[in-house]
Ligand binder design. Structure first.
Ligand code: HEC
Ligand code: HEC
Length: 231
């Protein structure tokens, strides 16, 4: 595992320079259609059991409910990937991305009912929406701010945890491609995802599992709160 991480981090720095610019619109479907994406996002499609995404994730991806992550401005590729990772493979195995206790994520039925085109259209629409930082969640725990900042900027060298900023951007804005924005996300959601990576219930990224596996609950709480507050 350790070897995987260090080589990936090195590969990551190469990645940042080059391939992230290539938005993968090349998965066999025409250019994504933001208007169709918006329609599915706001209205859902009850004939297929897809509830309105907006009813949980808020207007244009600005969620007001801490349980439901905000989605505005997330990189296109990241969102497409998540919508695929919620889907169970046909051989009956579990989805790469599950919820707490190994249960299906709330998203699994919706993501399963979506076509590849739906995923791309919605992801494209969301990537074009701006997160409203005035109303987005912020950090709330002053006591852990310094610890959170240390981990964000410098990682935990004694446990070989790399700096979060290296991949999620210094201001937590994410990087086009597969690196999600964390700034303005709900701190509880961020912490929950780190715990899910650590437990393997979210098994859709080996790097993140390896990183979370080396963090304590206190580290996770501190860095989640700090990351949410970045602007
Ligand atoms: C009933 C509420 C609900 C509805 C409706 C819903 N979601 Fe979600 N969504 C959630 C929750 C809760 C999570 C966190 C899931 C988890 O951690 O397993 C989530 C997670 C996600 C994620 C992952 C975000 C990230 O940062 O990784 C994406 C993408 C997403 N939803 C897109 C959609 C889209 C697109 C729709 C409409 C087709 C939709 N959701 C409908 C509740 C909902
Ligand atoms: C080597 C690059 C890299 C480093 C370093 C890194 N991340 Fe990540 N992180 C990623 C990638 C790539 C993903 C998307 C994984 C996926 O496809 O689901 C991710 C996903 C996440 C998510 C899920 C976001 C969401 O919306 O669901 C959280 C939370 C997160 N990282 C927190 C952190 C924290 C905190 C640190 C520092 C301790 C960190 N990451 C360091 C690459 C990295």
């Amino acid at each position: 595992m350790k070897r995987v991480l260090s080589s990936v981090v090195i590969a990551g720095s190469v990645l940042l320079g080059s391939s992230v610019a290539s938005v993968a619109i090349a998965q066999g479907v025409a250019k994504p259609d933001a208007q169709k994406g918006e329609q599915l996002y706001t209205q859902g499609d009850l004939s297929r059991g897809i509830l309105s995404c907006a009813s949980c994730h808020g207007e244009a991806g600005n969620s007001t409910i801490a349980m439901n992550p905000n989605l505005a401005g997330q990189p296109y590729e990241y969102t497409v990937k998540q919508l695929l990772d919620f889907v169970k493979p046909e051989d009956g195995a579990h989805a790469p991305r599950r919820g707490a206790g190994g249960a299906d994520s709330l998203m699994t039925p919706f993501a399963t009912a979506m076509t590849e085109e739906d995923r791309q259209n919605v992801a494209y629409y969301l990537s074009q929406q701006a997160l409203n930082y005035d109303t987005a969640p912020a950090a709330s725990n002053e006591d852990t701010a310094e610890r959170g900042q240390q981990i964000w900027r410098g990682g935990l060298p004694d446990r070989r945890v790399p700096a979060c900023a290296a991949c999620h951007g210094p201001a937590g804005a994410g990087i086009p491609g597969q690196y999600p924005r964390l700034a303005g996300q709900f701190p509880d959601y961020i912490a929950e995802q780190l715990r899910l990576f650590r437990s393997g219930e979210r098994a859709n990224n080996a790097m993140m599992t390896d990183i979370a596996d080396r963090m304590t609950d206190a580290d996770i709480a501190a860095v989640a709160d700090y990351a949410a507050g970045l602007r």
